[in-house]
Ligand binder design. Structure first.
Ligand code: GRF
Length: 215
């Protein structure tokens, strides 16, 4: 399955997806990495791996729809069959989301449906949650909503700052996204009545349920 990755920044999830897709027998390959920001460090991650990159700068387009139309055209030119958003910080129009329905994944650093949106780790700590995590889900028009493919739970520890917690969750993200992509690209995970059904043994889908606290 041909995958296009959308990024806006650092690209650490992109890096983990690149590593996974280069494993022999992985059911997906990344054919293009597109950033809406020309200075996204993740573009260098893609270039270093020999993956074609493109910049579709939202500042060059008068409307969200015009930006989305160019993004869509770039993905189709590259033959993309499945989009993985990985730290892509633009809200996509309903038309774009609908035309990629069940063919776009996103990763979010919380156990959805809790803590949608921004400043996730600050809010998790402020709330006093003992457990947080990350989620890979199919994209729907509403932000951080959509059928859940896989999740990892991560403990919140005494004294965590948002930065320390973000790092712990990020480590889990890097395991989760390749796993979720594998499930979807291999056809084992499918959306049925707005929930994800997984064929075959569920062990793998539930594998890294808990990342042990760092000593
Ligand atoms: C990750 O925490 C991801 O969950 C969120 O944005 C961050 C992107 O980090 N959507 P990176 O660019 O993949 O390093």
């Amino acid at each position: 399955m041909k995958v296009g990755v959308l990024i806006s920044g650092r690209g650490s999830n992109l890096r983990s997806l690149i590593a996974a897709t280069k494993e022999p027998g992985f059911p997906a390959e990344i054919v293009i990495v597109i950033s809406n920001r020309p200075d996204a460090p993740g573009l260098d991650v893609a270039r270093a791996a020999g993956i074609p990159t493109e910049v579709v700068n939202h500042k060059d387009y008068p409307t969200r729809e015009a930006f989305d139309a160019e993004l869509d055209a770039a993905l189709r030119r590259a033959g993309v069959e499945l989009i993985c958003s990985a730290g892509f910080m633009r809200i996509l129009s309903d038309g774009f989301v609908e035309s990629w329905r069940d063919r776009q994944l996103n990763i979010h650093p919380s156990l959805l449906p809790a803590f949608k949106g921004l400043r996730v780790h600050e809010r998790v700590i402020e709330t006093g949650c003992r457990i947080t995590g990350c989620t890979v889900h199919f994209v729907r028009a509403a932000m951080d909503e959509g059928p859940i493919v896989a999740q990892v739970a991560v403990p919140v520890l005494e004294g965590d700052t948002p930065e320390v917690l973000a790092d712990r969750v990020l480590e889990a993200e890097h395991k989760l996204y390749p796993l979720a992509l594998k499930l979807v690209a291999s056809g084992r995970a499918r959306v049925v009545n707005e929930r994800v059904e997984i064929d075959g043994p569920r062990g793998e889908a539930q594998a890294p349920l808990f990342v042990p606290p760092v000593a």
